[in-house]
Design a binder for this molecule. Sequence first.
Ligand SMILES: *Cc1c(COP(=O)(O)O)cnc(C)c1O
Length: 368
Amino acid sequence: MYIVNISKGVLKMNSISITRAAELKPKPQDESNLGNGMYFTDHMFSMNYHSDKGWYDARIVPYGPISLDPASTCLHYGQLIFEGMKGYRANDGRTLLFRPHNNMQRLNASAARMCIPPVDVDFMVNAIAKLVDIEKEWIPRSEGTSLYIRPFIISTDCYIGVQPSESYLLNVILCPLGHYLAGGLKPVRIFVEDEYVRAVKGGVGYAKCAGNYAASLIAQVKAHKLGCAQVLWLDGVNHKYVDEVGHMNVFFVMDGKVVTPELTGAILPGITRDSVITMLKSWDIPVEERLIDIQEIADAAKSGKLEEIFGCGTAAVISPVGELIWGDVEIKAGDGKTGPISRRIYENLTGIQRGVLPDPFGWSFEVK
Ligand SMILES: *Cc1c(COP(=O)(O)O)cnc(C)c1O
């Protein structure tokens, strides 16, 4: 039986042991060529869990391979969840994390779905802040760059039977990330996937669990072959309501209104999505969260009312979509250029993240 027990394992910040790397790696010099997360920093955070003890042995150690018994259940049955968040170096030298508590809360939501024990949110935010502080020289400074933070939890019990593991390993690794959208905000072409589905209600679509990404690859490969950058996922039952675009949430600007799919359980509740909705409402721009039939989008485009489409997520922040390819229908958004709402959100959100603009929503967490 799965028993949530964090009380046994409430770790104190001073219980994190730190072992420094004997030698530091050379840091990538060319910030315009950091690629897609290829360079990992010198240290990582780890801690273990056992149902008898809760979380224990929190430590910052040199970055390196983790050794796993080949029978570890994560390798077979995929009890594996992760998060993705970012840190920035502000012009005034502060190190800022964007909404890290929300990421740790979502890690716990994913954990609950996958029978993985939860973490203590404040402890984890502080542990990540400590790791980022140790690695702050790795945070790139040029505009559009960031330090990507990847916490993940894997099950480590060893047996062939299928049941929730009693033991887990949590790691946090870091890597400098280049400008995701090299060349600026350029609208991309997206393939509307009507054969494969990403998730269904009642499944694991709202969890950041590894299997979702393995399952999505085939559609991505297909989209690339068709000259598209990504796929637009439709709902798994009717194959007609819009879910997400690639690994991002999606927004449409139609007829002066902004609409985005409601969180049905098949959709990942993005923190960028929430930030976009909050910012739009603060600008008195109405936002509707509801089911969106792909036919409605095609009709809006036909009558000239589809102004903008954009995806949003931690990695790209905002990714404008120029057109959707839905069977033999081409759905074009606006004039094919990045629209004013996409641009305004991108500039304001990245401004807050980088500490360049005021942070009226209290989203930045300073690493001290
Ligand atoms: C992570 C993710 C998102 C975006 O979430 P953010 O919190 O904004 O980064 C959207 N969809 C999927 C499938 C994701 O994995």
